[in-house]
Design a protein around this ligand. Sequence first.
Ligand code: AMP
Ligand code: ZN
Length: 665
Amino acid sequence: MNIKEKIASLREELNQHNYNYYVLDNATISDYEFDIKLKKLEKLEEENPEFNDPNSPTQRVGGQITKNFETITHKNRMYSLDNSYSKEDLLDWEKRIQKILGTDEIEYTCELKYDGASINLTYENGEFLRAVTRGDGVQGDEVTTNIRTIKSIPLVIKEDFVSNFEMRGEIILPLDGFNKMNEERVANGEEPYRNPRNTASGSLKLQDSAEVAKRPLDCLLYQVVTEERKYDTHYGSLEAARKAGFKVPDTIALAPSIAKVLEFVNYWDEKRHDLPYETDGVVIKVNSLQQQEELGYTSKFPRWAIAYKFKAEQVTTVLNEITYQVGRTGAITPVANLEPVHLAGTIVKRASLHNADQIEKIDVRVGDTVYVEKGGEIIPKIIAVDLTKRSADSQPTQYATHCPECGTELIRKEGDAKHYCPNEFGCAPQITGKIQHFISRKAMDIDGLGAETVDLLYKEGLIKNYADLYELKVEQIVPLERMAEKSAQNMIEGIEKSKEIPFEKVLFALGIRFVGETVAKKLAKHFKSIDNLLAADFETLVGVDEIGDKIAESVISFAKDPKSLALVDRLKQYGVQLEISQEAQENQSDKLQGKIFVVSGVFHQVSRNELKKLIEDNGGKVSSSISKKTNFIVAGDNMGPSKLTKAQDLGVPIISEEEFITMIS
Ligand code: AMP
Ligand code: ZN
């Protein structure tokens, strides 16, 4: 054996032992022998640096320091999951997807919902390349060096599997390991960590990978994303992934019906307390990958999957005080300040009370003993009051009448659930909140500027609105606390670069009430420039697809407000994109105006998503199910047979991908 072969053989052997121990939980070598072999490999690698490989088992101990985690755009978006809480919810979901697929024959995969931090692992030619956190689903942070230290993640794929793929999973801290970490912390006089999930997710962003290597992190995998069409089912792809070396929990199961899904749910609702890690529900997925593709995605979730949340844990505690928070739009949120209490592994001190109606509805008062529940949200909720514990002199809650930040009298418009502070341009949290929204990732995405810096710049009187950002000079920033020349420069560069951000994002960044990301896209596409949008009257606005009264009114009140208009004018002067670019214009047309399309099957020239975008860019609408209103079906290979029958019954024309492309060109 030459050196190269020796190294390769040792690596393979050590990988196999790692797999046996960390994935199969079945040690095949003593720790001592493992260490000897690892040392031997280390020595060989040291002496022959030409064979170095970041995916060698010697690299798992960490040691590299990451100062800044790079932002990476996901190749395939990481969606979140729709939630369900009852049998009825699941049956509704089943009905919806049966309708879209046009068949009752749907098989499901049931998996536990592992409670940790989601991760996307990219493999190329069977080797681990990169790990990125979910982030906002579109972009995440690259944490490759840290992830490499997690021993149950294969760095080289064992068997014949797809070769280029993304593996999605959850980084978790098993309860045992978590408790041990905490015992050590307490012994060292440190505060124990609150819960496994946050600790797992915090571990991913530690700068020192050697520190990460010490933590007993694990990774449970739940989805293979690949363009190689090797597997027909989700279950099949997971089984293959397990064989290839990934830790796919063997709790996953197939279910031929929702009734069987419910059996799985009930079983685990009970048994989950015996699991070595935390789970907060079950994830149900359509098993056929072809059906998954037909179902596609909403703007937030896959239609082919749904989470079922186990009933939340409840505790009682005393409500000490109600305070009020002011958001960037001026919306007031009442917050319950509670006597600290343990709940589902965390200590809870605050809970949201939503709005005045909610307070009235549950008639919650200071001094009450209240039931607190933790659902999916980070902030727990108050569910009800224990009236038997209420004191005789208790008084109903008087809702705040004035803004806690600026003292302005609060208003509440008819039909609104929330009270508002109308002092838009003079109320600190509204001012900074708007700027923070403006710079955020999904808006102007300004690098080098964070929420705290915005607070600081505002406090120092350097900015009073988002337009002021474009007047900032390096010399003004450098003297500020914790600001170096370099970071000031980065900030200014980030601001400068935001002038290239496309109009739809700028429109979202403006922070017009009710104009969220999706609405901004719609309005940008329809009106093409801020001038057109702000000149539109109510009828024109509500005439736009999916734009309702509330949005229209809000746009109009923005357009009538001189202060808002002045800001827009300034942005224009600075060169911010306030109309859609020439290029975007050229790719858009009204050719399909008013036409409703259903897309079905597998395509060759463009992907399914590109096809949908083409339809929308040309003024058409994509619908998920065939009805009398459908104008065309664009059919690829393997269009569902039931869809075909339905289309023929209703006489909806079926066109090919090529015919569609001719139609728009
Ligand atoms: P949510 O954050 O509540 O929208 O739920 C979506 C998240 O659930 C995903 O980003 C995953 O991190 C996580 N998750 C945990 N277990 C699974 C699973 N078996 N399948 C899919 N997602 C899962
Ligand atoms: Zn105020």
